[in-house]
Design a protein around this ligand. Structure first.
Ligand SMILES: Cc1cc2nc3c(=O)[nH]c(=O)nc-3n(C[C@H](O)[C@H](O)[C@H](O)COP(=O)(O)O)c2cc1C
Length: 363
């Protein structure tokens, strides 16, 4: 990326592999409307409403029965799920948006009561998260201790990711975003307090980044590196991820490895990094180390997004919560139309209220 004072959030953006109508991405957001873990018509309507984004990144979606830790999140490991997603990719494409699916394997952040099919709560090590989780069956529950993944579990999980990636392309997705952020399976491998393995997947930085790189490589081999992106959240502590000294070195080495794989993009969630004294410096290092696209996210508005683009810190800016309550967010940003506030109480409820009933601006 170069400094470019002419660049606009609202103009079309084109690379060899991706053609977007603007530089606005809709950030991945779990909305828990996938009853039975199968994408449905209501979800198609929701994404269709938000298809003025150049790029939609879907809610976290499990590539494995073991990765579906929360209630009513979708999967992409059965035929019915793949069929359900077709409605959504079709709806987005009809309105001219590109759409990537986020692969979220929840790893140790899971309760078996939420699994839609038989599954196991897995993690790099048997290190339990000190967190509670909602289950539709019996309300709030503490999260159980995960089973430490065996070599066989690692191989199977990598195969699930690459199979799901092929199925995502069959379902019409333009690509896949690997969820390497927010304390889910991939990030669990990076953190030395959560990953205490003594084999080649734990200990040194090279070992802790190995699983993430292997997953990324297998997905890239399955569908093409140009269709594979990854989300990272350096310094994240959400989901009981204790801070660790080697964060900058870990992410620098990881991004060097991802860059060698020639992935389409890295998507940096800035919140925790921005608040950390070494964070902003690290974000710049990561952006500079990566040759393809950089997406940034976390608390952006029109002004800060345009600044990030013009300073060359990002190619695209992702917006999360503002897209929940403003289905026509790009137009509102462009025309300075006031934004509606999102109702947090319906973020994860099960029906259309607080989901598809937010108004488009009449201005
Ligand atoms: C309701 C809700 C659900 C979210 N679910 C996900 C998710 O599934 N995957 C993910 O990577 N981030 C998820 N996030 C984080 C957002 O993608 C984004 O990083 C965060 O909202 C900060 O961006 P913002 O300030 O533009 O909202 C979620 C955020 C919200 C508000």
């Amino acid at each position: 990326m170069k400094k470019d004072t002419e660049v606009s959030l609202f103009e079309a953006f084109e690379t060899k592999n991706l053609k977007l109508k603007n530089r606005i991405a809709m950030a991945p957001m779990t909305r828990s409307r996938a009853i039975g873990s199968i994408p449905n018509d209501l979800m198609a309507e929701y994404y269709s409403q938000r298809s003025s984004a150049g790029l939609i990144i879907t809610e976290g979606t499990s590539p494995s029965p073991n990765g579906l830790g929360y209630p009513r999140i979708p999967g992409i490991y059965t035929k019915e799920q793949v069929e359900g997603w077709k409605k959504i990719t079709h709806a987005a494409h009809e309105k001219g948006a590109k759409i990537f699916i986020q692969f979220m394997h929840t790893g140790r952040i899971a309760h078996p009561a939420n699994f839609a099919h038989e599954g196991k709560v897995l993690g790099p090590s048997a290190v339990q998260a000190d967190s509670d989780m909602w289950t539709d069956e019996s309300g709030m529950q503490s999260i159980p201790e995960p089973e430490a993944m065996t070599e066989d579990d690692l191989k199977k999980t990598i195969a699930e990711f690459s199979q799901a990636a092929k199925d995502a392309v069959t379902a019409g997705f333009d690509g896949v975003e690997l969820h390497g952020a927010s304390g889910y399976l991939l990030e669990q491998f990076l953190n030395p307090h959560v990953n205490v393995r003594t084999d080649q997947y734990g200990g040194s930085i090279e070992n802790r980044i190995r699983f993430v790189l292997e997953v990324a490589e297998s997905v890239a081999n399955a569908i093409g590196a140009e269709k594979t992106g990854i989300r990272l959240s350096p310094f994240n502590t959400f989901n009981d991820m204790p801070a660790y000294e080697e964060t900058p070195e870990t992410y620098t080495k990881l991004v060097e490895g991802l860059n060698k794989l020639d992935l389409a993009y890295i998507h940096l969630v800035e919140g925790f990094a921005r608040d950390h004294k070494k964070g902003p410096g690290l974000l710049n290092v990561l952006s500079e180390k990566f040759d393809n696209l950089v997406i940034v996210n976390g608390g952006y508005d029109r002004e800060s997004a345009e600044k990030a683009l013009k300073e060359g810190r990002a190619d695209l800016v992702a917006f999360g919560a503002p897209f929940i309550s403003n289905p026509d967010l790009p137009r509102r940003l462009q025309e300075n139309i006031p934004l509606a506030e999102a109702d947090k109480s319906t973020f994860y409820s099960a029906d259309e209220k607080g989901y598809t009933d937010y108004a488009f601006s009449k201005n």
